[in-house]
Design a protein around this ligand. Sequence first.
Ligand code: SAH
Ligand code: AVI
Length: 338
Amino acid sequence: MTVTVRSYLGAEDETSLGDDVLDGLTRPFKELPPKYFYDEAGAALFDRICELPEYYPTRVERAILAERAGELAALTGAAEVVELGSGTAAKSRLLLSSLADAGTLRRYVSVDVTEGMIRSTGASLAEEYPGLEVHGIVGDFERHLGHLPAPAGTRIVALLGGTIGNFTPGSRRRFLRGIGQLLGPDGVLLLGVDLVKDPARIEAAYDDAAGVTAAFNRNVLRVVNRELGADFEPDGFDHVAFFDREHEWIEMRLRAQRRMTVTVAGLGLTVEFAKREELRTEISAKFTPERLAADFAAARLETVELMTDSDALFGLAVARQSAPRRFRPARRRALAAV
Ligand code: SAH
Ligand code: AVI
């Protein structure tokens, strides 16, 4: 059994948390990046979200994969799955099993900020798939993809769960462009995207009756308290989730119940919150096939197939690098004549 785990999170990441929090809390409209939700407690809360009746993305994406994983294995003949933001890899096992059955699977590479998850999932996968090489990277997929090992053969890069929706539009395209460069000539991107639908359905998924998403949202304040010596009172903030119809994304915010002064000792920072002032903690963009195609085009990718469920709730896109642009002699001649 070969499991290798490398961590690229270190002192500079505490600095990067500090910089992000300083930036976010001093903006005219306060915000914090969603990647800080996922300490061990946040990761456990996310797992509970995935089981909620209102949170359809996990269930539907799993069903699509269960139906189509065999086709994906046949289409790609992949030797390697590189999963970004892998979490517990619950759904990726469907893909790994199909590739193992097809006899092509050699290596699974996971990248996640949550170390415990990388270690425990890596150990379980190595046991479940005898002969599988497992390489775990504890790191930030926006900064550490340069540490991926060289490809072990045809690659599938998987970004599941709708995580791409947590990027703002410009960084989303930049990120997809970076992923394109990891694919090589034969590799594909497998991208889970939540689709635009009735806003009430989306809002319910982010504001569940049991209050698990609210606890997940407030957890980011606990992370900042612990890591940067802040004194946020998480229970002094209300969970807010609403669908922004113009941008077609859900926003999660935390709304101060009263006027508050928060100190972030590690940054020597004091922040004032007005009563009902909101702090944005996440956007989760929802896609149409057109938006996805435009993002892919901007990232020099093209859709091979967009697999969806019969209610078009969620999509699983297969994309590859677009063919390089052809040399156009006629246009060059015209330019030369000017
Ligand atoms: N892919 C899983 C988990 C999705 S939750 C699924 O589909 O269910 C998002 C995952 O991405 C979490 O495990 C979180 O720890 C990880 N994550 C979030 N931001 C990250 C970042 N910047 N770099 C690496 N991992 C990140
Ligand atoms: C990880 N990510 C895709 C989830 C989402 O749906 O945007 C995180 C989440 N936030 C609230 N519920 C789940």
